[in-house]
Design a binder for this molecule. Structure first.
Ligand SMILES: CC(C)(COP(=O)(O)OP(=O)(O)OC[C@H]1O[C@@H](n2cnc3c(N)ncnc32)[C@H](O)[C@@H]1OP(=O)(O)O)[C@@H](O)C(=O)NCCC(=O)NCCS
Length: 144
């Protein structure tokens, strides 16, 4: 497996992989491929997108950004997805290790993200040493 920075022409393949994965329960995302691509284009310009490749095929992706908090620079993961056929083969772990190496090199103080409470990914993240925040909740107001 090779991990490399995404190039612009990967975005469609990445978008389709992400759409396939996040339309499954518990996420049930129903946004169009165009909406996914708009977001990916945004993070391509403002954040970081890395892909895992096997036999020249994209089998996983991680999207993240860095922010400057009071504690110092931090990494926020926006999305992580592995193609169904390549799950449980170390691809997700490889992508997370890559982000952790990147964050350490940039002297970041933490890596965080939000995910669905009922996602199996919670077990995956716990294995990697991530824990739910004790005192933080996500507040949201939908706007019309
Ligand atoms: C979560 C996800 C990224 C894991 O990717 P993966 O490539 O299958 O994970 P890995 O093969 O690297 O697994 C690493 C470890 O986590 C464990 N693990 C992976 N998925 C797991 C699951 N669903 N339940 C329990 N443990 C799991 C593996 O068994 C492995 O354990 P080990 O180190 O003891 O062998 C992948 O299942 C996925 O894309 N899910 C759909 C999208 C998603 O939920 N994204 C994250 C939320 S934003």
């Amino acid at each position: 497996m090779k991990i490399r920075k995404a190039v612009k022409k990967d975005l469609k393949e990445i978008g389709m992989l992400m759409k396939r994965e996040f339309q499954k329960p518990p996420f049930n995302e129903r946004d169009s491929i165009n909406a996914v691509l708009k977001s990916l284009n945004f993070y391509f310009k403002t954040g970081h997108i890395y892909v895992a490749e096997k036999d020249r095929r994209i089998v996983g992706v991680v999207v993240f950004k860095t922010e400057q908090y009071w504690e110092g620079p931090v990494v926020i993961i926006e999305d992580l997805a592995v193609d169904d056929k390549f799950k449980k083969q170390g691809v997700g772990k490889g992508l997370m290790d890559y982000v952790e190496d990147y964050a350490k090199k940039k002297k970041c103080k933490s890596i965080s993200f939000s995910t669905h409470k009922k996602s199996d990914a919670v077990k995956f993240y716990k294995k990697k040493g991530y824990k739910p925040e004790k005192h933080t909740i996500i507040m949201r107001k939908g706007l019309k």
